[in-house]
Design a binder for this molecule. Structure first.
Ligand SMILES: NC(=O)c1ccc[n+]([C@@H]2O[C@H](COP(=O)([O-])OP(=O)(O)OC[C@H]3O[C@@H](n4cnc5c(N)ncnc54)[C@H](OP(=O)(O)O)[C@@H]3O)[C@@H](O)[C@H]2O)c1
Length: 257
């Protein structure tokens, strides 16, 4: 473990909760957190994928991984998450569960859009409230909410998805200021196109995209940093003072302001 990872663990450890850990960005964040020595609680619907990931991680590190197969678009899923983590010391929360839709707004299926609203917004609201209160009470913690580059302006043919991400972005920006005096760092991570399971579920075609592990790296590197120097490789990152060098960066000169 590097000194940077040790400091990250001290500040946000000992345990992280990662939603959306069965695939893509959430999965990569889970992997990189266990490299830093975090115990994990991992959440998604696909239990088999979560259990395979957990087995792989505990096989590589002396850590504990708890699997919670839950549907966070359902009230019952959110209630179960709240109950199952009561009394568990979670210092870092990463809300990576989410999905998108695409196509003309007038062709949208209301049920699917409502499900996206519940997962991308309602679940983020509920979990941020519950876990944010617990972290504020312990006086230390970190919260990463997964927004998107499409959350900064209206996006024709992904109108409602972009609107859900604008919600997340705005919420996280305000919590970043509100929770800082309580010892809780909040980050709105707003990736651009990323290779993951996202495009298939959203029925979108993504051309040039970053690998999920680079986005995961940049996201973790940015947490708790007042200024955000950018990684030349993954462009979403930060300097290496809290987190090790980007796995996709060239050997030297990988950081720029
Ligand atoms: N990929 C991109 O280009 C991109 C760009 C910007 C932002 N983002 C955002 O990044 C986040 C992660 O997406 P990704 O790219 O990593 O996509 P992904 O590979 O499809 O991962 C999405 C994760 O969310 C979980 N999930 C979906 N529905 C769920 C539900 N009802 N309850 C619990 N978990 C659920 C999925 O697991 P299960 O299916 O097992 O439930 C999966 O683990 C999302 O919020 C997405 O909007 C993605």
């Amino acid at each position: 473990m590097t000194r940077q990872q040790e400091r990250f663990l001290q500040r946000y450890g000992p345990r992280a909760l990662v939603t959306g850990a069965s695939s893509g960005i959430g999965r990569e964040i889970a992997v990189q957190l266990t490299d830093a020595g975090f115990d994990l609680v991992i959440v998604a619907r696909r239990e088999t994928l979560l259990r395979e990931l957990a087995a792989d991680l505990v096989g590589r590190h002396p850590i504990h991984v708890r699997v919670l197969p839950l549907d966070l678009a359902l009230d019952e899923g959110l209630e179960e998450l709240t109950a199952a983590t009561a009394g568990t010391d979670i210092g870092l929360y990463v809300a990576a569960a989410g999905f998108g839709t695409s196509g003309p707004f007038l062709d949208a299926h209301l049920d699917q859009e409502r499900e996206m609203l519940r997962l991308n917004c309602q679940a983020v609201l509920a979990t941020s409230l519950v876990l944010g209160r617990r972290m504020a009470d312990r006086g230390r913690g970190g919260i990463i909410l997964m927004s998107s580059v499409v959350g900064f302006q209206g996006m024709p043919n992904a109108a409602h998805y972009a609107a859900t991400k604008a919600y997340v972005q705005t919420l996280a920006e305000a919590l970043h200021v509100e929770l800082r005096p309580r010892g809780v760092d909040v980050l709105a991570a707003a990736p651009g196109p990323t290779h993951s399971g996202f495009a298939e579920r959203a029925d979108m075609r993504i051309g040039r995209a970053l690998p999920a592990r680079a986005v995961a790296h940049g996201t973790l590197a940015a947490l708790g940093r007042p200024d955000r120097p950018r990684c030349r490789a993954c462009s979403a990152g930060s300097s290496g003072t809290r987190w090790p060098r980007c796995p996709d960066a060239p050997a030297s000169g990988s950081w720029a302001r």
